[in-house]
Design a protein around this ligand. Sequence first.
Ligand SMILES: Nc1ncnc2c1ncn2[C@@H]1O[C@H](COP(=O)(O)OP(=O)(O)OP(=O)(O)O)[C@@H](O)[C@H]1O
Length: 251
Amino acid sequence: MLQIEDLYVDVAGRPLLKNVNLVVEKGDTNILFGPNGAGKSALLSTIMGFSNYKVTSGRIYFKGKDITDAPVNERSKMGIGIMSQRPPNIVGVKLKELLEIESQEKSIDIDKMAESIDMARFLNRDINVGFSGGEIKRSELLQLRVQKPDFYLLDEPESGVDPVNMAQVGTTIQRMLCAQGDCRANPKIRSSALIITHTGEILNYLDADKAYILCNGTIMCSGNPNRLLSEIKSKGYEECIRCKLANPINL
Ligand SMILES: Nc1ncnc2c1ncn2[C@@H]1O[C@H](COP(=O)(O)OP(=O)(O)OP(=O)(O)O)[C@@H](O)[C@H]1O
């Protein structure tokens, strides 16, 4: 569904991502680990097509189409949706106004959907203005639920979320990815996702298929998400750099 080939990206005139190769198959949930500043959010922003991230070499394919030069709105129409780590405040635009635009031609009861994740009282507030960390996450989730993309880019869904709200966020993401029917019986009907996490808490709610470790702007390792997480916790990220040096990456 998503294929990234030998991608190099500059940010603010400086090289940041290099030689990134990554594939997310249809219906798969993939995880992206990596230390602070490694370039994980930059990679998600580049996939979404945000203008600060300039592809200098390599290609991005989505549903078989080359989207490397496609604008954000086209990627969104094709079915890519993002939950950003720090979405901007949008002064003068109410959350409900944005949701009404996103829900055009879809039969969605915005009030009911907002109620279901405790966001009804935010509908008439300017987007993100004064929202707490957890409220921003729920607002982003609500927008994604209305947008209903085929491919989810989720940047640290658990950051800033208290344990009680984490259960709600985790369950909501699980349901979002599996909105088409019985995903246990047929995993391919799941929506696809690429999720950044530091703590791995989201793995308690999802069946993740594969994880990548991004260090210094490049993918160093890939493998089973829970196994990689426990290696990171016990040995840190140094081990993944050694693994890259010792073995060519198995994508
Ligand atoms: N728009 C930008 N302008 C300048 N520098 C940027 C920009 N976006 C990212 N960077 C820099 O690129 C580097 C990678 O940032 P990025 O946010 O992708 O890291 P990350 O792996 O997501 O880190 P974290 O785990 O801390 O969120 C950082 O040094 C950051 O300061």
